[in-house]
Design a protein around this ligand. Structure first.
Ligand SMILES: Cc1cc2nc3c(=O)[nH]c(=O)nc-3n(C[C@H](O)[C@H](O)[C@H](O)COP(=O)(O)OP(=O)(O)OC[C@H]3O[C@@H](n4cnc5c(N)ncnc54)[C@H](O)[C@@H]3O)c2cc1C
Ligand code: SF4
Length: 322
């Protein structure tokens, strides 16, 4: 592994200072550093300046809102999130599934959502990538996963985004042009080399989850071993049952595409959960997922696990709601 490259380092004490520091050409934010630093040591990225967010006040709490919803600071650690009595089940399960305990104590929610996409041809040492002619995502001009492609298909493997998406979460963003808020799904786009819709110098400050009365949620991921492991496929489900029917259903997937995606499930609303509904759900997951050879695991296994987890979690929530 290489040494870190040379860069300036700033540790601002206020959001205002942080945003100013990020206007420097080539500046990057760093929160827990658990995603960014391994990449920099592999020669992926050459920031002119790292802007350490860790001293910023007001971004480290999980707070109940007057309407019963939650507002979570981008600097909340995954350890805090996994242990929070306020966090919905899907979020706790997703946070607890990230890496190991020391890692979760350091890693932040904002960094988790904004983590880089991954690919077996990209998350390698510099000499390995150089030997293979680099690739479209960084420094090269061809994709080794989809030959002749003009876009990168690196996969988004974050655990927490789908869990928040099925809760209808929004993100609050601050940047040089002011503040804005958007549905979490809108933070992402299907483009492995630019999967975030953040503009230059923008920071995630908070994640807002609306009240969840009547909703149950869950998250599970497929991994080779029950230890430190990114999701080969991860699924989050939120379900609301009323009068013996599905009154609300949201399903999101990760580890399959360049962005975490909502699965269209509208045709299941008002239905009873049964074998036919399970097949409809599986078809929707199959249609939207685009699993490619971007990890060492088999494409077939990851695709099948996404379908199986979606059915399994929906079934479990349906039974629990009864
Ligand atoms: C061995 C290992 C195992 C891992 N396992 C998992 C796993 O199982 N699941 C998983 O989801 N991830 C995993 N990760 C990836 C990563 O560690 C986590 O996603 C972690 O939550 C990242 O948070 P961080 O605060 O350390 O991010 P950082 O590394 O500090 O930042 C990551 C990216 O987000 C940007 N960023 C950070 N905060 C903000 C903000 N507030 N606004 C805008 N941009 C921001 C940074 O500029 C950077 O580009 C793993 C990493 C390693 C090295
Ligand atoms: S999908 Fe292609 S362009 Fe993207 S990281 Fe992998 S090899 Fe590179």
């Amino acid at each position: 592994m290489n040494l870190l490259p040379q860069f300036d380092f700033k540790r601002p004490q206020s959001l205002h200072e942080a945003l100013a520091a990020l206007t420097k050409e080539g500046a990057m934010a760093i929160a827990g550093g658990t995603d960014l630093l391994p990449n920099l040591r592999r020669g992926i990225g050459l920031p002119s300046q790292l802007v350490d967010l860790s001293a910023l006040a007001g971004l480290s709490a999980v707070e109940r809102q007057p309407d019963g919803g939650l507002r979570i600071g981008a600097l909340v650690s995954l350890e805090t999130l996994a242990e929070s009595p306020l966090a919905p089940d899907a979020v706790k399960q997703a946070a607890l599934g990230v890496a190991g305990p020391t890692h979760r104590a350091q890693a932040t929610l904002g960094g988790n959502l904004c983590q880089d996409t991954r690919c077996v041809f990209y998350n390698q040492s510099d000499w390995w990538r150089e030997g293979n002619g680099y690739c479209l995502k960084y420094r090269g001009d061809k994709c080794h996963v989809v030959a002749k492609s003009d876009r990168c298909y690196a996969t988004y493997h974050g655990d927490i985004a789908p869990a928040l998406m099925v809760l209808d979460a929004k993100v609050e963003i601050m940047g040089p042009k002011g503040t804005r808020s958007l549905a979490l799904a809108g933070l992402f786009q299907e483009q492995g080399a630019k999967h975030l819709t953040l503009e230059a110098g923008e920071l995630l400050t908070h994640i807002v989850i609306p009240p969840q009365a009547g909703w149950l949620s869950a998250y599970e991921k497929a991994r080779v071993r029950e230890a430190i492991e990114f999701p080969l496929a991860g699924v989050a489900v939120a379900l609301k049952k009323e009068g013996g029917k599905i009154a609300g259903l949201r399903v999101a997937i990760t580890g399959t595409n360049s962005a975490p995606l909502m699965v269209p499930v509208d045709e299941l609303i008002g239905q009873v959960w049964n074998a036919s509904a399970a097949e409809t759900l599986a078809k929707s997951v199959r249609k939207i997922s685009n699993v490619l050879k971007s990890t060492v695991s088999s494409v077939k296994y990851r695709r099948r696990m996404a379908l199986a987890l979606a059915r399994k979690l929906t079934e479990a929530l349906w039974i629990k709601a009864a």
